[in-house]
Structure formats: structure tokens, C-alpha cells
Design a protein around this ligand. Structure first.
Ligand code: SAH
Ligand code: SF4
Ligand code: F3S
Length: 459
């Protein structure tokens, strides 16, 4: 008699926070695949649930605890047969607090420990209490991770740098992700080649402070991000390179020149400024003035005239006055952003800003944020409308919302919808932009697809 194979175990991963968490979630799935875990979206059938969490603002952290409450019920419904793991930045920051508030959690692991997941799962099955790993292990987790298994489609993330030494007044990242670390160049190039061989046409280099990259090159010396991008641009079939998130202080000449010299480096840059007031920037410990930022933007636009910029803004940092807020609006007007994220300041335990004098009242924070967001929304809409009439190279990412429709991204990262066949997925095609909307564009294929048009996409 043949033995029926054991049913696969099901793994559900929920991800919050930044793109690095998205990358980490994919890698945790890779690490657990050899143990027989296949992905699921249904909590009822999950043998294991991982919450990959974000600590950046209070709201993000609170969501974890409300989700854990619901997971307790789901675990009970399965007679306790569910391994619950909390990973990511809340795990790092609040390790023991999590198991105290939610004793049904089996595993707590920080962002530097997920290569240890298989061993932790085994330990959790024997342990009475929770298994916790929130050290920053000296060994490099990247050396212990399997290769990326699943192609992420036409676009892929690749972590090149992790951690942050900047210690902005408001931010938990230096505490949750630890000190800056850059992966060696050879490992990055190998991973990029592999992603391309799996179908990626676009790679986004990730790092909390990606342009502080100083990974060891094959020559033994430290390579800058600009130099790394030059090397990546030489990979056959890699059509588009992006990087995020960068700090204005680390935008060096080599990186600016890369925007001029490397066509594959896409003309879109996320460059957080946080505030337009020199007083606030100083309190934030950002290490630059508003004018430094504006001059940097000028240099970038001189290098790549079609560069579109995106940013992050915080409304209501302690000590921020109405005049400071006006300075932020003035900076936004001076730059003209194509896209942006803006947030109400949220006090984070353990950060210097949390104990600073001059807390801004909630109502004032709300009003300032609303004003900032209205301005940024207008700028984004204006940018999208300005694309109308252009023919843009669009990387087709997959089907659109309606039958017969495909979706893709312009060089400036706008989502575009246009009519076209499924066979275009993964290709870069010229699309005439017909209309701009607040959050996306609609277009039409500029040349009808023809089998021979594969040429422009030849790897
Ligand atoms: N490394 C990036 C940002 C990482 S966090 C940088 O240096 O800019 C992403 C964004 O969250 C930040 O740019 C900031 O705008 C926002 N943020 C971080 N801490 C915050 C806090 N305590 N309150 C509100 N927004 C915050
Ligand atoms: Fe946080 Fe500042 Fe580091 Fe960005 S540079 S991760 S905002 S401390
Ligand atoms: Fe959040 Fe951690 Fe990323 S706090 S933004 S998940 S680095």
C-alpha cells in the first residue's frame, strides 16, 4: 500500500510597514518552504501565521495587538493547532511585552533573526512558553538564507543595505533594525542576476538608508551605491533600476552622476525631507537645511531633467510652530512633488523627540496635515495630468481591473491601465498616455503588439 503524502502545511504571512518588510516576508516564506509550508490567504486553514510588523507610528503598532486578539480566536477554533509568530520591528522593540499581552504567541523574532525560523518552529513545538529571538546576531543572516525561490513577477525587490545610524529625533528604525550594514557587492549582483533569470525586468534596491550603501566590492574596497548601480546596469535583461529610501545627506556626486549616465536608472526618486523649516530640521537631527535640499534637487534635475521626486513629510514634530509649518508648505511648493507620503507626528517610546518640550496639539497636527496633504494631492494630480499626450515606456506588470485590460508602470512609477493582450505581461511597451487621474493614468498601446516587437525586450 502506498502511503498518502502528508497534506502540505499552510502558512499565512501578514505584512505591514515598508518595502523591506515585504522583502523579508518573501524571504521568510522561502526559509519555511523546505519544512513543507505552502502559502495561504485563509486564516482558518493556516497551520502557521506570521505577523510581520511595523513600529514606525503608534497606529501601526496598535494594529498588531488587535490582530493578535483575532488570531487567538482562530487558534482556539483549530484546537490550538496554529503556530503564531510575530516578526518585524514591533517584535524587535517590544519582544517580551508581546508575550505578556498575548500569551498565545509562540514565536517572537526580530528582523535580524528570520534565518533562524526553522529552528525556532522546532523549538516552539517543544517549549511551554514562547520562543523569543531579538538579538542582533553577529553573523550575517543573508549568508544563511536560501536563494529567493519565487519570482516576484516583472518587478522585484532586492535588499542591499539594512539598518540606520542617522538617529533622527522621531524615528525608531535605528533601534529596531540596528546599525547600518551593507551586503557585499558580489552577493547583490548574484541575486540580481537570479531575479532577472526568474523574469524580473525591474529591480528596486532596498535599504532603510540605501544611499549610505558601502558594500565590499570584489576589489576589497567599499563601493558606493552609484558604483553598484553602474555594475547592475551591465546585467543583460535588467531594464530598470530603482532604489529606496535615500537620505539627502548621502546623495553623493557619484550617485547624482548615475542619474545622468545610466538610462536604466529610472527618473523617479523618493527623497524624504520631513520638514521645510531649518529649526525643525535641526531638532529632527536631519543634518541638512531646507536650502541644502533645494540645491540638491536642482543638481539632480540638472543631471536628469525628467526626474520626478517623491518625499515624506511629518506634520507636528515637537516644537513645530505655525511659521515652521508655513516653511514646509513653501518647500513643497518650491519643489513640486510627483508623489508624497505625509504623516502626523507620532511619539515613539525611546526616541529623543518623545521627551522633547513643545508637543503640538492634536487639532493643530490634524489641520497642518490636512493642508499639507491637499497641496501634495494637487501636485500629484498636476504631475499625472502633465503625462497626458506623452508616449511612455510601460513595464507591464499584469492584468488590469477590467477584462482585456493590462496594468503597468511608467518610468515615473505611475500605475497605467490600457487595453492589451495578456501576452504583454513582463514586457516593456510604448503606451500613449490618454488621460491623467489623481492616482493613475490611462493609455493606449502606441504600436499594436506584434510578435517581432519582442526585439525591444530581448534579454
Ligand atoms: N529612512 C527613511 C524613512 C524611514 S521611515 C528616511 O530617512 O527618510 C518612513 C517615514 O515614516 C519617514 O520618512 C517619516 O516621514 C515617517 N516617520 C518616521 N517616524 C515617524 C514618527 N514618529 N511619526 C510620524 N511619522 C514618522
Ligand atoms: Fe529613521 Fe532618520 Fe534613519 Fe530614516 S534616516 S530610518 S528617518 S533615523
Ligand atoms: Fe516599519 Fe520597521 Fe519598516 S518600523 S517602516 S517595518 S523598518
Amino acid at each position: 500500500m502506498t502511503k498518502t503524502p502528508a497534506p502540505p502545511k499552510r502558512l499565512l504571512i501578514r505584512t505591514w510597514g515598508c518595502q523591506m518588510n515585504v522583502y523579508d516576508s518573501a524571504r521568510m516564506a522561502d526559509v519555511l518552504a523546505p519544512l513543507g509550508y505552502a502559502p495561504t490567504e485563509q486564516v482558518e486553514e493556516a497551520d502557521m501565521v506570521i505577523l510581520n510588523t511595523c513600529h514606525i507610528r503608534e497606529k501601526a503598532t496598535e494594529k498588531v495587538f488587535s490582530d493578535l486578539g483575532r488570531l487567538r480566536d482562530a487558534k482556539q477554533a483549530r484546537g490550538g493547532e496554529m503556530v503564531i509568530a510575530v516578526a518585524g520591528c514591533v517584535a524587535q522593540a517590544e519582544g517580551a511585552e508581546i508575550t505578556a499581552r498575548a500569551p498565545w504567541v509562540d514565536i517572537v523574532l526580530g528582523p535580524q533573526s528570520y534565518h533562524r525560523l526553522p529552528e525556532m518552529v522546532a523549538r516552539a513545538s517543544r517549549a511551554a512558553g514562547a520562543v523569543i529571538e531579538t538579538d542582533f546576531p553577529a553573523e550575517d543572516k543573508f549568508d544563511h538564507l536560501p536563494e529567493q525561490a519565487a519570482p516576484q513577477g516583472a518587478t522585484a525587490f532586492l535588499t542591499v543595505q539594512e539598518g540606520c545610524d542617522k538617529f533622527c529625533s522621531f524615528c525608531v528604525v535605528p533601534y529596531t533594525r540596528g546599525a547600518e550594514y551593507s551586503r557585499p557587492v558580489a552577493a547583490i549582483l548574484a541575486e540580481a542576476r537570479r531575479l532577472v533569470s526568474l523574469g524580473a525586468r525591474e529591480v528596486t534596491l532596498l535599504g532603510q538608508n540605501v544611499n549610505a550603501f558601502h558594500g565590499e566590492g570584489p576589489d576589497g574596497g567599499a563601493w558606493s551605491l552609484g558604483r553598484l548601480i553602474h555594475a547592475l546596469a551591465g546585467i543583460e535583461g535588467l531594464a530598470r533600476i530603482r532604489y529606496t529610501t535615500s537620505h539627502p545627506r548621502d546623495m553623493d556626486d557619484e550617485l547624482i552622476a548615475a542619474h545622468r549616465d545610466i538610462p536604466a536608472l529610472m527618473p523617479f526618486l523618493h527623497l524624504p525631507v520631513q520638514s521645510g523649516s531649518d529649526r525643525v530640521l535641526k531638532m529632527m537631527n536631519r543634518g541638512h537645511t531646507a536650502d541644502d535640499y533645494l540645491r540638491l534637487v536642482d543638481r539632480l534635475r540638472a543631471a536628469r531633467p525628467d526626474l520626478a521626486l517623491s518625499t515624506d513629510i511629518i506634520a507636528g514634530h515637537p516644537g513645530e510652530s505655525e511659521a515652521d509649518h508655513e516653511a514646509t508648505l513653501a518647500l513643497i511648493r518650491a519643489v513640486g512633488f510627483a508623489q508624497a507620503f505625509s504623516f502626523k507626528y507620532s511619539a515613539r517610546p525611546g526616541t529623543p523627540a518623545a521627551t522633547m518640550a513643545g508637543a503640538v496639539e492634536e487639532a493643530a497636527k490634524d489641520a497642518r496635515l490636512a493642508e499639507i496633504q491637499a497641496l501634495l494631492r494637487d501636485q500629484q494630480t498636476a504631475f499625472n495630468l502633465s503625462r497626458a499626450g506623452m508616449v511612455a515606456d510601460v513595464l507591464v506588470t499584469g492584468p488590469g481591473r477590467h477584462p482585456g485590460q493590462m496594468a503597468g508602470r511608467t518610468p515615473w512609477l505611475n500605475p497605467v491601465h490600457f487595453d492589451g493582450p495578456d501576452s504583454l505581461a513582463g514586457r516593456i511597451v510604448p503606451v500613449k498616455i490618454v488621460a491623467g487621474h489623481p492616482n493613475s493614468l490611462t493609455g493606449a498601446l502606441a504600436v499594436p503588439p506584434h510578435p517581432d516587437s519582442r526585439e525591444r525586450n530581448a534579454a
